[in-house]
Design a protein around this ligand. Structure first.
Ligand SMILES: [Zn+2]
Length: 118
């Protein structure tokens, strides 16, 4: 079980553990090039990773704001820099949320080749 999470976080298909999940940083393949396992079967399947990455951006923004103000570290235009960092954290974390989400979908029986339904 634990190895499946290592597999998906390492950009590998949870079904065959060989094919790559992503073809680019954000570009999740529709299906595994190796075994044909389909990663997305329903519209709206990626709402979870989107919410998760927005959450990361929000936490980074709030914690950064508290540190800037509470730690008396504010400098001119610090809010602009903090907004940039929070957005970057949300964008970078999206891929990892999406990989974890594929693992969760697989764990719940939604990731399998069309030719081999469960
Ligand atoms: Zn595969």
């Amino acid at each position: 079980m634990g190895s499946m999470w290592i597999t998906v976080m390492g950009n590998r298909c949870p079904y065959c553990q060989r094919g790559a999940l992503f073809e680019s940083w954000f570009g999740l393949r529709e299906a595994c090039a190796d075994c044909g396992a389909r990663f997305s079967r329903q519209p709206g399947a990626w709402v979870g990773p989107t919410v998760g990455s927005y959450g990361v951006g929000g936490v980074v923004g709030i914690v950064g704001g508290v540190l800037l103000i509470g730690g008396n570290l504010y400098f001119p235009h610090a809010e602009v820099a903090l907004a940039f960092v929070a957005c970057a954290a949300a964008i970078v974390s999206y891929r990892f949320w999406k990989a974890a989400w594929v693992g969760w979908l697989y764990d719940n029986g939604y990731v399998y080749p069309d030719a081999d339904p469960p």
